[in-house]
Design a protein around this ligand. Structure first.
Ligand SMILES: C[S@@+](CC[C@H](N)C(=O)[O-])C[C@H]1O[C@@H](n2cnc3c(N)ncnc32)[C@H](O)[C@@H]1O
Length: 250
């Protein structure tokens, strides 16, 4: 499903390679490619759009007139400093292969790949977010971050892709939260292009079929849905996040 009010554009004076890449993204997103000669704000206004996916020479990003979103290292350096004590890593347990069923901007996937050395298969349903991940990961790898090359992004619905992406040692699912009181910059932009879907019984079943551990990242104190309760092993907590560790046996 196309994201409303989105267009795809390029840096000004694009060469053939840039135009070809922008065409791939625009077809994937199901929205027009509109190359531009002027600033982004003027281009959005002229095209009557609110949001642009920009294919630049060095990187790609999503932008409105006031906000910008791309794949970057985020809190990776702080996570590396904490090492295996981080609750996400303790929740996942020892792993050679992790499936991140909600790849988003790749922050969790980079955290896991960089701290543990595990291979991560990342599943993302939103065409613009998948495109950002595809380009952002290859750019981070080219800039020297080896962990980015251990992440394989796949585009589609995790519920359909989990079987072929598995088996894995653990599956991570981080559904979209409601808007937190102190939302990070770009949160509203992320919400606009991300698929907001709560975890359901079918999704959990598909995850438990390919890995002995499934970790759900939830907002602190969020209630566990009834269908997940029989599978609950443990809850690990950070300041704002609960990690529910689930397994077939419960
Ligand atoms: C909260 S974000 C994940 C953030 C991510 N873990 C990170 O570190 O950047 C949730 C993501 O899951 C994606 N998503 C939602 N439902 C999905 C599904 N059925 N299959 C694949 N991705 C899905 C959304 O589009 C969104 O990008």
């Amino acid at each position: 499903m196309a994201v409303p009010e989105l267009l795809v554009t390029t840096a000004t004076r694009p060469d053939e390679a840039l135009l070809q890449r922008a065409l791939v993204v625009s077809r994937r997103c199901g929205v027009p490619l509109t190359p531009r000669a002027h600033g982004l704000a003027a281009h959005l206004q002229a095209e009557g759009a609110r949001l642009a996916y920009v294919v630049g020479r060095q990187e790609e990003w999503l932008a409105t007139a006031g906000a910008r979103l791309k794949v970057d290292v985020g809190l990776l350096h702080a996570h590396l400093a904490l090492g295996p004590r981080h609750p996400l890593l303790r929740a996942l347990g020892p792993a050679d292969h992790v499936i991140d069923a909600t790849l988003g901007l790749c922050h969790d996937a980079l955290h896991v790949a960089a701290t543990t050395g595990a291979r991560v298969t990342g599943l993302e349903i939103s065409p613009p977010l998948f495109s950002l991940a595809e380009r952002g990961l290859s750019q981070l790898h080219a800039a020297g971050l080896d962990a980015a090359a251990r992440i394989t992004p796949l585009w589609g619905d995790a519920r359909d892709l989990l079987t072929s992406a598995g088996p894995a040692d653990a599956v991570l699912i981080a559904p979209m939260f409601d808007r937190p009181r102190c939302a990070p910059p770009g949160f509203d932009l992320l919400r606009h292009v991300a698929r907001s879907a709560a975890l359901d019984a079918g999704w959990l079943r598909a995850a438990l079929a390919v890995a002995p551990r499934v970790v759900i990242k939830a907002r602190r104190t969020q209630p566990l849905p009834a269908f997940a309760l029989p599978h609950l092993q443990q809850i690990l907590r950070s300041r704002a996040i609960d990690y529910w560790v689930l397994s077939l046996g419960g």
